[in-house]
Design a protein around this ligand. Structure first.
Ligand code: GDP
Ligand code: IMO
Ligand code: MG
Length: 437
């Protein structure tokens, strides 16, 4: 028994943080393996709300080891701020947090570049990034020449490296910025990073080696995906994606743990759809139902505070990401948010250029042109936040999740009816029902 994996099946914010926290009690290790501070994972325990951008969501549970592995892009200031803020709330991460020396660092020039691109591109071509420097940092990782890894921060020749890169990047950024000033000074960065260096040093190790040891020791490892499968750089709605493999395919690359050890894949999705930023979204609701879902689901970005675009559940998209991730079980989140609607809709196919298709198109341009074909089901008026068992759900809500399971082709192991750990139905009938494939 090595790896249980939590993968978002939509465009992020599927409530992965809640599920990771819930499952942490049965784990020895929780691992973040891709993405960076663009993530915003929420954990709610009673009255306490924790918003984690950088640290694995297992950190809230006081026992397990948490690893930020090689594939993550690290923003030192954010990670240290998070560590300090948890300490103020009585959560001490010392001895429970490891940071990969191979992870790449989001440097000040990456943040500036992300900002400049965001300003330069307007309208429907704008990706609407989280402005956390993610794309430029991953680009420099692949490009190699200007990359900075966490291990480099600890080297004595680090100041020279900074001077060298600033000298090379500054003219490019100035050219991009036009008449706007570019605030990038090597000495300031060196000073700032000297402080980070001191604070981060105790956490930095070769996490790849640690993880390989943990696998051999048969430890229970939980892999916490960031973003969602539809934001995957290779298999998502390119170019309106993030810059890492945020579907299941990224786990081995980012952590160093071979695919054969990933024994259980849990796909997390909301009972409707949301998306933040630009890009095609076939089931988007631009009417009062979309507004109702946004208000009731508090659909505002955890990282940027932006209102999330809301829409009906898209079974075509989630069937695709279920297959992409080799998903064994679903976690259906936010079912409570749909209470009060007279009817609920599920997109079961698309119409593309007059033809009905049941696959998710590989190009954003085609996805922009599809029209969703809906199946309509009766809604339910009851509030669901106190439900703790499938039997507590009104028949219409139960039928709705059963229909999603059938269309997606996978049973739900978890149904979530509120943000708190306790507001979760654990479906014990999953093994008994075998007729959904
Ligand atoms: P993540 O990025 O996938 O971890 O998800 P976010 O934390 O960005 O967004 C999910 C939001 O939904 C958070 O505010 C959670 O506290 C909240 N949440 C989680 N599960 C439920 C649920 O079942 N019902 C409701 N109403 N809110 C939920
Ligand atoms: P979690 O882990 C939702 C979106 C951004 C933008 C695109 C690229 O909380 O689910 P980036 O800053 O990564 O270059 O932005 O991806 N995005 C997310 N949307 N949840 C996230 O993370 C996201 N991380 C990035 O809005 O559209
Ligand atoms: Mg989020």
């Amino acid at each position: 028994m090595a790896g249980t994996c939590i993968i978002g099946l939509q465009w992020g914010d599927e409530a992965k943080g809640k599920l990771v926290d819930l499952l942490t009690k049965d784990m020895d290790v929780v691992v973040r393996y891709q993405g960076g501070a663009n993530a915003g994972h929420t954990v709610v325990v009673g009255d306490a709300v924790y918003k984690l951008h950088h640290l694995p969501s297992g950190i809230i549970n006081g026992r397990v080891l948490n690893i930020v592995a090689a594939g993550v892009v690290v923003h030192p200031e954010t990670i240290l701020r998070e560590i300090r803020s948890l300490a103020e709330r009585g959560i001490d991460v010392r001895g429970r947090l490891l940071l990969s020396d191979r992870a790449h660092v989001v440097m000040p020039w990456h943040l500036i570049e992300d900002q400049l691109w965001n300003l330069a591109v307007s309208g429907e071509n704008n990706i609407g990034t989280t402005l956390r420097g993610i794309g430029p940092c991953y680009r420099d990782k692949v490009g190699r020449s200007y990359a900075v890894r966490v291990g480099d921060l600890l080297r004595s020749d680090f100041p020279n490296r900074i001077r060298e890169i600033v000298a090379a990047r500054l003219p490019v950024l100035r050219a991009m910025a036009g008449s706007q000033p570019v605030d990038l000074d090597a000495d300031t960065i060196i000073e700032e990073f000297a402080a980070f260096q001191k604070e981060l040093r105790p956490f930095v190790v070769d996490t790849t080696r640690v993880l390989l040891d943990l696998v051999e020791q048969d430890k229970r490892i939980l892999f916490e995906g960031a973003q969602g499968s539809l934001l995957d750089i290779d298999h998502g709605t390119f170019p309106f994606v993030t810059s890492s493999n945020s579907s299941g395919v990224g786990i081995s690359a980012g952590s160093g743990v071979a695919a054969k050890w990933l024994t259980k894949m849990i796909g997390v999705c909301k009972c409707y759809s949301t998306r933040v930023g630009g890009g095609p979204f076939p089931t988007e609701l631009l009417d009062e139902i979309g507004e109702q879902i946004r208000t009731k689901g508090r659909e505002y970005g955890t990282t940027t505070g932006r209102p999330r675009r809301c829409g009906w559940f898209d079974a075509v998209a989630v069937r695709y990401t279920r297959r992409l991730g080799g998903i064994d079980r679903l976690a259906l989140m936010m079912l409570d948010v749909l209470s009060g609607l007279p009817e609920v809709k599920i997109c079961v196919a698309y119409e593309l250029d007059g033809e009905r298709i049941d696959y998710f198109p590989g190009s954003a341009e085609a996805l922009r042109r599809v029209k969703p074909i809906y199946e309509t089901m009766p809604g339910w008026q009851e509030e669901l936040t106190d439900a703790r068992d499938l039997d507590d759900l009104p028949v219409a809500a139960l039928n709705y999740i059963r229909r999603i399971e059938t269309l997606v082709g996978c049973r739900a192991e978890f149904v979530s009816v509120g943000p708190d750990r306790a507001q979760t139905i654990i479906c014990d009938d999953v093994a008994a029902v075998a007729n959904v494939t």
